[in-house]
Design a protein around this ligand. Structure first.
Ligand SMILES: Nc1ncnc2c1ncn2[C@@H]1O[C@H](COP(=O)(O)OP(=O)(O)OP(=O)(O)O)[C@@H](O)[C@H]1O
Length: 271
C-alpha cells in the first residue's frame, strides 16, 4: 500500500469546511455547515435519516454544487483539476450502481485512474496496489468474479477497495459498514484505522451505528435538518439529551471499557 505515487500536496491533508450550503430540488438540504478533520484524524458525521450526511460527503468530494469553502491541506479544492483532486480525495459512495459484467479486479483498478496517463495503460505498481488492497479486504478470491454476482456485503467491500486503491490522503466513506456482517464490519473499520495511522489518512465517514462512531472516530459532527447542531469528541456529542432530541429515540449511553461512549436503544416499556 505504500508504493504511492507522488502526493499532490506536501502539507498534512486535513479537511476544513466553512459555510457549506447545498440546495437540491429547489430547497436547502445543507445550511452553513462547518467542520474540521485534522490530518490523520477520523471524523464521523452522524444524524437522523435525511439530515444531509450523504449530501455533505458528496459536496466535500466535489460531486454536487455547493456554496462555501472546502479546503484540503489548506488549499481550496475548487482550484484543483479533476485528476489532482482525485489524487487527494477518495470517495466511497453508499451503494453505487456497479457495472454487472465488470470484474472485481477491473473495478478496483479504476481507483488507479488518476495515476494512469491519458491513453496509457496501468503500470505494474498500479496492479500491485490493486492486488494488495483486494488482499487486505479479503477479496483476492473474488478478483475475477463479475460485480453482478456479488452479495451486498461483497459489493460494499469492492467499492471500498476502489477507494483505497486511489491512495488518496483523504478518505470519504458513506456508511462503509451497513451491508457488512459483524466480522467484516470489524475487519473493514480496523483496516481503515490502521491505514489512517500508517499512511496518515484523514478519514471522514458517515456512520449510523453510533457506538461504532464513538469507538473509531476522534470527533463527531451531528447533523440535523441540514445543520451541524453539535461537534466535538465522542463524549461530548454522544449524550443522551442530544441523541434523544435529534433522533427521537429512547436511548441509553454508557461508557465502554475503553472510556468511549456506547449507545443502546431502550424499549420504552422497559424503562
Ligand atoms: N437529488 C436530490 N433532489 C432533491 N432532494 C434531495 C436529493 N438528494 C437528496 N435529497 C434530500 O436531501 C435530504 C438529505 O439527504 P441525504 O441523503 O444527504 O441524507 P442522509 O442524512 O444521508 O440520510 P440517510 O441517513 O437516510 O442516508 C433528504 O431530505 C433528501 O430527500
Amino acid at each position: 500500500m505504500s508504493t504511492a505515487a507522488p502526493p499532490v500536496l506536501t502539507g498534512p491533508a486535513g479537511v476544513e469546511v466553512r459555510g457549506l450550503s447545498v440546495r437540491l430540488g429547489g430547497r436547502p438540504v445543507l445550511t452553513d455547515v462547518g467542520l474540521s478533520a485534522p490530518s490523520g484524524g477520523w471524523l464521523a458525521i452522524i444524524g437522523p435519516n435525511g439530515a444531509g450526511k450523504s449530501t455533505l460527503l458528496k459536496a466535500i468530494a466535489g460531486l454536487i454544487g455547493r456554496t462555501g469553502e472546502v479546503r484540503v491541506a489548506g488549499t481550496p479544492v475548487d482550484r484543483l483539476r479533476h485528476r489532482q483532486r482525485a489524487r487527494l480525495i477518495a470517495y466511497a459512495p453508499q451503494s453505487p450502481a456497479l457495472p454487472p459484467d465488470m470484474t472485481v479486479y477491473e473495478y478496483a483498478l479504476l481507483g488507479r485512474t488518476p495515476y494512469i496517463p491519458y491513453l496509457g495503460r496501468e503500470s505494474a505498481p498500479d496492479k500491485e496496489v490493486t492486488e494488495s488492497v483486494l488482499e487486505r479486504l479479503g477479496l483476492t478470491g473474488f478478483a475475477s468474479r463479475p460485480l453482478g454476482e456479488l452479495s451486498g456485503g461483497e459489493r460494499q467491500r469492492v467499492v471500498l477497495a476502489r477507494a483505497l486503491a486511489q491512495q488518496a490522503p483523504v478518505l470519504l466513506l458513506d456508511e462503509p459498514t451497513t451491508a457488512l456482517d459483524l466480522g467484516h464490519q470489524q475487519q473493514v473499520l480496523e483496516l481503515i484505522d490502521r491505514l489512517r495511522v500508517t499512511d496518515r489518512l484523514t478519514v471522514v465517514t458517515t456512520l449510523h451505528d453510533l457506538s461504532l462512531a464513538g469507538q473509531y472516530a476522534d470527533s463527531l459532527v451531528l447533523l440535523a435538518g441540514g445543520r451541524a447542531v453539535a461537534a466535538g469528541p465522542p463524549g461530548r456529542v454522544l449524550t443522551e439529551p442530544l441523541l434523544t432530541r435529534h433522533f427521537g429515540a429512547q436511548i441509553r449511553v454508557e461508557t465502554g471499557a475503553d472510556g468511549r461512549p456506547m449507545v443502546f436503544l431502550v424499549r420504552p416499556e422497559a424503562q
